[in-house]
Design a protein. Sequence first.
Length: 234
Amino acid sequence: MNIKIYADGADINSIKLLNSDDLIKGFTTNPTLMNQANISDYKEFAQMVLKFVKTKPISFEVFEDDLDLMYAQAKEIHSWGENINIKIPIQNTKSKYCHHLIKTLCDEGIHCNVTAIFTNNQIDKILNTIDRESKIILSVFAGRIADTGIDPVPIIKTAVKNSLNFTNAEILWASPREPLNIIQAENTGCHIITLTPTLIKKMKNFGKDLEQFSLETVKMFYDDAKSSRFNIKI
């Protein structure tokens, strides 16, 4: 496949293990994942990860809500390593769009990963603002879009099409729910997909014989029933 796989998570041991896997081309994380991993010191965590993730791109997200503070935080995080992409939300909690901030950062040579994108209108706000040479990732939350009953594929396809004239813009399929999303993302021409370690492991089933998979499933049900010591008197 042409699509690049970025591992998504905040477990240091998992990141270290996946960093040695040639399949993994980069990493992403976010404050929610870091909170779930009981990380209390943001900078300490980032610098620990950067000790072994030295060449592959890795995204760290700002967590301020004021745009001026976002800018200052982005500059600080950027100073930690040359392989860092700064995750900036498409809008803050007050519905104020961040496209002008993103342009400023891009113009200063800071690689941005615009996160929490749900619509093509949001993508257009970015593309209509930045220069065509800006180094940027546009992360479309396809899984969350699908959670609403809307097919994210047309949105991704439009994003890919609209970004074709941007030399360094990449579209990222975020929040996947199943390995099939990798194939869907590949077929849209999407450049990157983020995967949790669980979904990465499930990729080993690609190309598996379905008859064999059926038999393994039946055996699993049988073994679990036996181990549960179920009994029905006949």
